[in-house]
Design a binder for this molecule. Structure first.
Ligand code: GLU
Ligand code: MG
Length: 440
């Protein structure tokens, strides 16, 4: 079916062309179906300044290299078209940013395509899934409150929320996103829905669709959904762990016949750990992210890897039957990360590890948060950056990641991070939550 017939069949009025900016705010401009012809291939214009906007307000970040002059074009990738089950009459398509007829150097989606092409040049394919946790909140007289008070995997949590969870699931399935598992998470009103892994670009696209869908369906149930990394100081944070596997000619390169992690995958892990303090400016990019990264909260606060270790930044989950292990999981990441940029940076770090044949050392088999500082030092398990300012400084020094982003994107991305850090570094959690709750 062609695009017009597909849209007419669903009675679509508006097609939203989406982009995800350097602050990981998902935005769209929509055109009416009557004007499909002029938008179908040329797309919709946006100011280049859109890639310089921090999360707080719509104003250009200082030092971004971008300003009010200049236009980029959001060109629909029609392969990503979906009618929106939660917004009848609207459809979504993801846009690629094009400038002067070429992929724009600041386009996050194009950045990921570039990284995947680099991996492909080494005959590596990457598959991925983002594993989202989110809170459902209800508007009460005292403001937004958790929609329930249940604990991890509580069947009461399931019974209280089945209607909204079923609708979210149906909406995801209607968009071709397979739902694998569901359970109430540890925080009050917190839930986790795991979706199937896929080729990396599709995984990033699905992450956009996932956030949009959860929020859109929740609204129809008079609920608000938030993926903000930390809403309540003493309750579980929202992680968005990234699951990754490396493939060659249809074969998963992670397991050995003996059931260990292959040398190639070990080097990939080592590359990620090596770059992790800098990587965090991309994977945990909000000042709020660092409130989540606390020892004993299973959020990846320590720079180490471990087999089935939920306190390690990088967990290697094992399977009871071969093949095992089939993937690795980065925990030091949350949904305030732009999925295209996060995947690009993680892949750049991992490939660097492969190229230099880095070794990650022995896996850590204890909770590093229980070790005295001296022993952690001896085992070379670092506490990761404790605020965004530190991560920004690491990223500024990281030639591998900056090269992966290329100069213009790196400059605008760092300027946006810096603007957010400057604006929010002294904020209370309450003020931060009020500002960010519905951005993510
Ligand atoms: N909520 C934890 C986090 O902040 C993750 C819990 C889990 O392992 O699923 O990452
Ligand atoms: Mg979880």
């Amino acid at each position: 079916m062609d695009v017009r017939s597909a849209l007419e069949a669903e009675n679509i009025r508006f097609v939203r062309v989406l982009w995800c900016d350097n602050a990981n705010v998902i935005r769209a401009k929509a055109f009416h179906l009557d004007f499909l012809v002029e938008h179908q291939t040329q797309g919709i214009g946006i100011s280049v300044a859109q890639q310089a906007i921090p999360v707080m307000y719509d104003a250009v970040a200082a030092g971004s290299g971008l300003g009010p002059v200049g236009e980029a074009w959001l060109v629909p990738d029609w392969a990503t078209l979906n009618p929106l089950p939660y917004a009848p009459g609207h459809a979504r398509v993801l846009g690629d940013m094009v400038k002067d007829g070429q992929p724009w150097s600041l386009c996050p989606r194009s950045c990921l395509k570039r990284m995947l092409a680099q991996a492909a040049a080494e005959n590596l394919q990457i598959k991925a899934a983002f594993e989202n946790e989110f809170y459902l909140l209800r508007l009460t007289e005292t403001g937004l409150q958790p929609a329930d008070e249940t604990v991890f995997a509580s069947t009461l949590g399931m019974d209280l929320n089945w209607a909204v969870i079923n609708d979210i699931t149906d909406a995801l399935l209607q968009q071709g996103i397979p739902v694998e598992r569901y359970y109430p998470e540890s925080g009050p009103g917190q839930h986790e829905i795991a979706i199937r892994y896929s080729e990396a670009l599709q995984a990033a696209d699905r992450q956009i669709a996932f956030r949009e869908t959860v929020r859109g369906v929740a609204l129809r149930h008079q609920l608000r959904a938030s993926f903000l990394p930390k809403l309540f100081a003493d309750k579980a944070g929202n992680g968005c762990h990234l699951h990754l596997s490396l493939w060659r000619n249809g074969e998963n390169l992670l397991p050995t016949a003996a059931g260990d992690l292959s040398p190639l995958a070990r080097s990939f892990v080592a590359g990620i750990l090596h770059h992790l303090p800098a990587l965090m400016a991309v994977t945990t990019p909000s000042p709020n992210s660092y409130r989540r990264l606390q020892p004993h909260f299973w959020s990846g606060a320590f720079r180490c890897w471990g087999i089935d270790n939920r306190e390690a930044a990088l967990r290697v989950p094992t399977n009871p039957q071969p093949p095992s292990p089939t993937h690795i999981e980065l925990k030091t990441i949350d949904a305030s990360a732009n999925p295209y940029l996060a995947l690009s940076a993680v892949i750049a770090a991992g490939l660097d590890g492969i190229r230099h044949q880095l070794d990650p050392g022995d896996p850590v088999a204890i909770d590093p948060g229980n070790l005295p500082d001296s022993e952690r030092q001896q085992r070379r398990i670092d506490r990761l950056p404790v605020n965004l300012g530190e991560a920004i400084e690491h990223l500024k020094q990281d030639a591998v990641l900056l090269t992966a982003f290329q100069p213009e994107l790196a400059q605008a991305f760092l300027a946006v991070r810096q603007a957010e850090w400057t604006a929010m570094q002294g904020m209370t959690l309450d003020a931060e939550v009020q500002l960010l709750l519905e951005r993510y």
